[in-house]
Design a protein around this ligand. Structure first.
Ligand SMILES: Cc1cc2nc3c(=O)[nH]c(=O)nc-3n(C[C@H](O)[C@H](O)[C@H](O)COP(=O)(O)OP(=O)(O)OC[C@H]3O[C@@H](n4cnc5c(N)ncnc54)[C@H](O)[C@@H]3O)c2cc1C
Length: 444
């Protein structure tokens, strides 16, 4: 496997890793490369690099980039089961299958993520309450273990399945994934946008919309006082008919924005306009699937908006029982910090999860970006502490700053994960910067 010295980054561009990277095109080459001696810092898998922090980074080690392993291997139109290589991404799935009336059952908010990355974080979508996590739709995968053995793993296999789904790539190289697609009646959704004047109204609108096929909220994280937690809730239902998806050719952010472009005043101004674009009694629109599911993909390299300093995303989930209070506390701390960006999302989650380290739990999930600035670590620690006190957890796919002790308390099934990892990779052939930071390497 040909390797080259490369500096890889997390999507937030605050975490970097100088490593030896390979992007094999042929499957045999990838298998041999994975099995080869990876040196002291081991090897890690890297999909499309859409995780925000350091889970796919391996400083001083090797990275195996999977994006060229991107063949669709088979599809059964009776059952909807598709088989893919791990580098197939969600844009490709939509391009190939939507015209035939099928859609990925669960998809993250970017079509650039690969299916391998989706399994490794057991990703959720805007339909989590109804359709669960991605891993719950996986019927089998092939796993290349660090000792070179190949296993086909099905949900009934128990621990190896549950440690790999959501396991941040630490149990082996997922080389083939089989999952069930979902039937859709047409190429668009009917989106209803509701304006909520504050957090209580937002939570009640979300409760009323709990039966919607898809639901996602934008929240004004800069709002304070009586307007704290105001935002817009979008609910969506699939509709029949052929609709052109917007062209793949998207606009690109041409350069890194200067640090001053994004400040408390520009964010407040943007948020005010964004909130008021929806009339007080709401509005309804018909939107192609791609626009609804992947709104940010229309602007390539949008992470450059944060400039050279980069940004960190904080995403937590807090249980319904403690959630209203915790969200209020989180939003108060965030708005008082004046550090939040305009990208802030609030959703409900259901119980669906397929792995020991899967993120979802029934509750509210809040995700928002913070440009890197002085004091960000302390702010993140405060938000993590509120989350922990409420019985919630932080999402590893977005994280770059959590500490190992908080991680252990947020993920009580870690010992099960660690036991599988110890069994399949006692030498710690697979490593990552996140694994070292959060001590995912530790023996059970
Ligand atoms: C704009 C945006 C919106 C997002 N929205 C959502 C959302 O709504 N819901 C959600 O859940 N997530 C969301 N995410 C996060 C994203 O879905 C996950 O981080 C996903 O894992 C990224 O996939 P990737 O292909 O980029 O993988 P990478 O980021 O490159 O890697 C992610 C992890 O997968 C492992 N991995 C990759 N390939 C393999 C393989 N073949 N075998 C074993 N391990 C592997 C890596 O080691 C790493 O631990 C979003 C990200 C962005 C940028």
């Amino acid at each position: 496997m040909r390797k080259a010295a490369l500096k890889l980054a997390g999507w937030g561009r605050t975490t970097y890793a100088a490593c030896e990277a390979a992007r094999p095109e042929r499957f045999g080459e990838a298998v041999a490369g994975f099995a080869a001696d990876a040196g002291q810092n081991g090897i890690c898998l890297y999909g499309a690099g859409r995780s925000y922090g350091d889970c796919a980074l391996n400083s001083g080690g090797t990275a195996l980039i999977t994006t060229r392993l991107d063949r669709i291997l088979g599809f059964d139109a009776q059952t909807g089961i598709v088989q893919v290589e791990p580098g197939v991404d969600f844009r490709r799935l939509m391009e190939v299958f939507l015209p035939r009336g099928w859609l990925a059952p669960v998809t993250p908010g970017t079509g650039f993520a690969t299916v391998g990355g989706a399994v490794a974080h057991d990703v959720h979508g805007k339909n989590h309450e109804l359709d669960g996590s991605f891993g719950q739709h996986v019927t089998a995968f092939d796993l290349l273990l660090p000792d070179g053995a190949r296993r086909t793993v099905v949900p009934a296999d128990g621990d190896l399945f549950a440690a790999t789904v959501g396991g941040a790539g630490l149990t082996g190289f997922i080389t083939r994934i089989e999952f069930r697609m979902k039937r859709v009646p047409g190429g668009a959704v009917r989106v209803r946008e509701h304006r909520a004047a504050n957090l209580a109204a937002f939570l009640s609108a979300m409760r009323d919309a709990a039966g919607a096929s898809y639901a996602v909220g934008w929240i004004d994280a800069a709002a304070r006082g009586a307007a704290l937690g105001r935002g817009i809730l979008e609910t969506a239902e699939p509709i029949e008919g052929v609709f052109a998806q917007p062209p793949e050719r998207a606009r690109r952010v041409p350069f890194e924005f200067p640090a001053f472009a994004l400040n408390r005043f520009s964010v407040a101004l943007f948020n005010e306009g964004y909130f008021r674009r929806v009339p007080p009694d709401g509005r309804t629109r018909v939107v192609p699937w791609r626009t609804f599911l992947y709104p940010l993909d229309a602007l390539h390299d949008w992470n450059r908006i944060y400039g050279r300093r980069g940004f960190v995303q904080f995403q937590c989930v807090v249980p319904f029982e403690t959630g209203a209070r915790a969200l209020r506390d989180l939003l108060e701390v965030i708005s008082a910090s004046h550090q939040a960006s305009f990208l802030a999302v609030l959703k409900r989650m259901g119980a669906g999860r397929a792995g020991f380290l899967s993120f979802p739990m029934p509750g509210f999930t809040l995700a928002l970006d913070f440009p890197r600035c002085a004091g960000l670590e302390a702010l993140y620690a405060r938000l993590s502490a509120i989350t922990l006190d409420a019985g919630g957890r932080v999402y590893l796919a977005k994280d770059a700053l959590l500490d190992a002790a908080s991680f252990r308390r947020m993920y009580p099934e870690f010992p099960h994960f660690a036991a599988v990892r110890q069994a399949v990779d006692p030498e710690r052939h697979i490593q990552s910067d996140m694994a070292r930071r959060l001590r995912l390497q530790d023996a059970p």
